[in-house]
Design a protein around this ligand. Structure first.
Ligand code: FAD
Length: 562
């Protein structure tokens, strides 16, 4: 009764994709186990409410980093979805694939079969881009994941894009197509005014299949082995009962960048010292498990807005939110139906950098991502920070008790390059906000504040204020070097019938948000499990421009060039 062909652990971004694709063949039985519960909640469904589920213990694991020495020993929040849909049910819904060269870099570092040409067909397979032309070779029209663009109703969006142009930056009509570099519309995983998580896009259409069993509130504590073959999982259900499940073919871990290394370690797969420290009997020694942890950091550069009716801050009070909520409940439209990250872009910190390493999200409000600290005056802001940081951290066990959160140490800002890129990012953002397009909106800089101008002051601001952009990845790295945990088909080295399929296998972090590449990855591995693969699709992409930016005295680029 408890035996299935495939057992998928974790119903997050990747797990839901796997569950749908593997259960397409009705002769294949699939079990999907998820520690969290239902995603049927208004605050998950309503895009503008995205800061609420991440503040709710029902939907978030509430992990936290260790004190980070590069950030004044602060511990940073590391939210992860604990609900059907996983982090795609609590994320900001920004849809960014990453730069084509991110994936060529994956291939070059040993992830054979993961170049941009290899992954493009799977981005296209996943998506249903409502705005795209039918003959667009970069975009998908028939996938399960709906991708939309905002209506840009607020005049600050256009002011921002005009300002980026005035500052000499390239403009792109598709940041997920031919040209990532530059500024344009950010896309969002929203369908008919509601969040399009993977639970919604992939699980809901498969839910009624008789060969798919979905068990929520099922926490997998260990993988079961016969020698070096994974045979199933040991699971704790709600109210503490324990149950074992057996896999005829494979166990697929899709428990995310924090959960997957923790589960492998608890199961006896990992570095020798780590297993012996916690007296866990080794099944297979793999030095890379839990290593190579990467993330994105960002700060908010906030500007006061002179036209109070324009900034969304005027809605950030209980009555305003109730009005937005009521309109959304009745019509699925209005300010509740967007994530408000409608424009943004990608730039290179210096001309020498081969592809963009800084991302901008523009928001027509001044407020922290998690909904806290709204500015008392109207404002607007960019979230900006380094995207390709060389800093690396680790996930380790705190205890052999599966209920204890692991030790998460990012080592943020531990490389000198991080500081240079962050300074560039902040100065580039200031240049954009200083352009004429913002003249009629601009008042004082709220944060960091115009007095924070020297390198030393900017560094101190970053140290005391940078926050995670919530993109941990890389802790079960894919590749063929000794520190790799999985091979390019996501099979765990040294173990039969066990794969890891989630953001933990990224060899390098990508330049952008991670939901889209995680979904792409799961689509591609689902095909690999079925013994099929879409043909590679080599398409050109925007080249490295020698200097597209205007040479202006005092601009960050001119300073860099000196
Ligand atoms: C607050 C927040 C905002 C974000 N904003 C964006 C954004 O705007 N755009 C974007 O692209 N990305 C964003 N991200 C990142 C993106 O959502 C994640 O990188 C992506 O969803 C990771 O997918 P995954 O499949 O690796 O893991 P997850 O989606 O986290 O899935 C892991 C699943 O496994 C379950 N699980 C873990 N351990 C166990 C266990 N032992 N037993 C059973 N189940 C278990 C978890 O509960 C979870 O459901 C955000 C993330 C967060 C948290």
């Amino acid at each position: 009764m408890n035996t299935y062909d495939y057992i998928i652990v974790g119903a997050g971004s990747a797990g839901c994709v796997l569950a749908n694709r593997l259960s397409e063949d009705d002769r294949t039985s699939v079990l999907l186990l998820e520690a969290g519960g239902s995603d049927r909640h208004t605050f998950i469904r309503m895009p503008a409410a995205f800061s609420l589920p991440m503040n709710d213990t029902r939907f978030n694991w509430f992990y936290s980093s260790e004190p980070e020495s590069g950030l004044s020993d602060r511990t940073l929040a590391c939210p992860r979805g604990k609900v059907l849909g996983g982090s795609s049910s609590i994320n900001g819904m920004v849809y960014v694939r990453g730069h084509p060269r991110d994936f060529d870099r994956w291939r070059d570092s040993g992830a054979e079969g993961w170049s941009h040409a290899d992954v493009l067909p799977y981005f296209r397979k996943a998506e249903r881009a409502l705005f795209a032309d039918d003959d667009d070779p970069y975009r998908g029209k028939d996938g399960l994941l709906t991708v939309t663009r905002g209506r840009r109703d607020n005049p600050l969006y256009d002011a921002f894009l005009r300002a980026t142009e005035q500052a000499g930056h390239a403009q792109s009509n598709d940041l997920n197509g031919y040209q990532q570099e530059g500024f344009g519309d950010l896309e969002m995983t929203i369908v008919n005014g509601t969040r399009c998580s993977t639970a919604r896009a992939y699980l809901a259409p498969a839910f009624q299949r008789s060969n798919l069993t979905v068990i929520p509130h099922a926490y997998v504590e260990r993988v079961a082995f016969a020698g070096k073959r994974a045979t199933g999982v040991h699971c704790r259900r709600a109210r503490g009962s324990r149950v074992d499940f057996t896999a005829r073919r494979e166990v697929l871990l899709a428990t995310g960048a924090i959960g997957s290394p923790q589960l492998l370690l608890l199961s006896g797969v990992g570095p020798e010292t780590e297993l012996s420290t916690h007296q866990i009997a080794p099944v297979h020694l793999l030095a890379g498990v839990g290593q190579n942890l990467m993330d994105h950091l960002e700060i908010y550069l906030q500007q006061a807005c002179s036209i109070k009716s324009v900034s969304l801050n005027k809605w950030l009070h209980p009555v305003g939110k109730a009005i937005i909520g009521a309109q959304w409940l009745l019509t699925r439209s209005g300010l509740g139906s967007t994530n408000h990250f409608e424009v943004g872009g990608f730039v290179r910190s210096t001309r020498e950098v081969p592809w963009p390493d800084i991302q901008f999200h523009f928001l027509p409000a001044a407020v922290a991502y998690d909904g806290t600290n709204p500015a008392s005056v109207g404002g607007y802001q960019v979230h900006v920070g380094p995207m390709l940081s060389p800093s690396r951290g680790e996930v380790r066990l705190r205890s052999a008790d599966p209920s204890k959160h692991p030790v998460i140490r990012f080592n943020y800002m531990s490389h000198p390059e991080d500081w240079q890129v962050f300074r560039s990012a902040i100065r580039l953002a200031r240049e954009i906000f200083a352009e004429p397009a913002f003249d009629k909106f601009r008042e004082a800089e709220l944060s960091p504040g115009s007095s924070i101008d020297s390198d030393a002051k900017i560094d101190a601001f970053v140290r005391n204020n940078a926050v995670s952009a919530y993109h941990p990845c890389g802790t079960c790295r894919m590749g063929c070097s000794p520190d790799a945990v999985v091979d390019p088909s996501c099979r765990v080295y040294g173990i039969e019938n066990l794969r890891v399929v989630d953001a933990s296998v990224f060899p390098h972090i990508t330049n952008g948000n991670l939901n889209a590449p995680t979904i792409m990855l799961a689509e591609k591995i689902a095909d690999a499990i079925k013994g099929q693969q879409l043909p590679a699709q080599p398409e050109p992409h925007y080249p490295h421009p020698e200097s597209r930016r205007r040479q202006r005295p005092g601009s960050s680029f001119t300073r860099e060039a000196k």
